[in-house]
Design a protein around this ligand. Sequence first.
Ligand code: G3I
Length: 330
Amino acid sequence: MLALLAGCGGQREERTAPDVPPLRGTAAGRFVGVAVRADVLGDAGYATAVGRLFDAVTPENELKWALVHPKPNRYAFAAADRIVDFARARGMRVRGHTLVWHDQTPPWLGDPRLTRARLIAVLRRHIFTVMRHFRGRISEWDVVNEAVADDGGPRRTFWLERIGPSYIALAFRFAHEADPSARLVYNDYGAEGPGLKSDAVYALVSALKRQGVPIDAVGFQTHVSTAPVEGFASNLRRFTRLGLDVELTEVDVRVPDGAEAAARQALAYRRIVGACLAVARCRGIVFWGLDDADSWVPHAYPGYGRAALLDADLRVKPAYTAVRQVLMGG
Ligand code: G3I
């Protein structure tokens, strides 16, 4: 227990996986996954818990442009390969995240000499190279991530400015060409409940469907506080009426440090999982980070250090037990 581990964003004590019943296999045909970091897989407790408790993984950062395609002619697959090999050795499904996003892009992509036509060619080659590297090993991809702004307009990103709104449909078409068997997902946050943002995502994916763009599902990230997401299940259902599947792709529930919030957090997790289970075409749920030591939340929300299902020592919280109960139909 006291051995120190390097390579996990500093040094910390070795941890032990919790000896609890798993979430994998509880959700009747739906996947139950977790976002994983390659640099933490060397922590035996972390790796054992991921492999034992879940049946799907999403590499948390390793497939983003800056990491997987750091130079125009250099791809760096080792970190993502490590996660994918780990998952496949345990019969787990892998979600690819993400082919087109405005964040974590490499500096070379901003080269002003890249004309629109060149940039489209670069995008196509990126999608082909990455998807073909993982063909047969990654079954679904977040093709486009967060293209809608919080006010419901198109998000003003590098991709929109340099290519125009057609970059979204282009990315899906390239992805389908690269791997026709992959499930293709549009992924966004803040669209869980009805409202401006959700309506805008709905309008976007409706338009894609109308244009015959190959899209299979919408991913609802579900980074939330403990406040209930009103109308979650019925909102998911309206997307399924477009002929799309839905998934909860990045679930976490932040709570403020210090406050006694375990029960509130468990209830919030219970409601979120319940919303997916209430919708026949909700194919699965991925939690965004195994435990509080490996969660992005405190970096983005200082003072909110406990958003995950397991604590920093890999002990399960009431939230984990609640999720399992609801997955088991309780
Ligand atoms: O790789 C560098 C490392 O070399 C450097 O030493 C270290 C110093 O801070 O930074 C490392 O990069 C960090 C990277 O995660 C990998 O750990 C970035 O600073 C950090 O900003 C980055 O954060 C990620 C964030 O996306 C970035 O955009 C989070 O881990 C990740 O959880 C988060 O995930 C996103 C989803 O992809 C999309 N939806 C929202 C979600 C939460 O923001």
